[in-house]
Design a protein. Structure first.
Length: 72
């Protein structure tokens, strides 16, 4: 599982996820894009088709989700 960097910003101490080039999606967003259940997203991650990115929870790279949609 890959980790992303989190840095503090503002005087409100909000966190911001630093993303190099890929937008990170929550499991529910992945399920919506793939029109599948949350359990199917878990299965895709367990099988290695989606890589989990750990940062204040688990996220998935949008580029990998789009690759699944396109049949890659």
């Amino acid at each position: 599982m890959e980790k992303c960097q989190i840095r503090k910003i503002d005087f409100y101490m909000k966190t911001e996820i630093e993303i190099s080039e890929n937008k990170l999606l929550r499991k529910s967003q992945v399920a919506e894009k793939l029109a599948c259940s949350l359990r199917t997203v878990d299965r895709l991650a367990s099988s290695g088709r989606l890589k989990r990115v750990k940062c204040a929870g688990v996220r998935f790279r949008e580029s990998e989700v789009l690759a699944i949609i396109n049949g890659n």
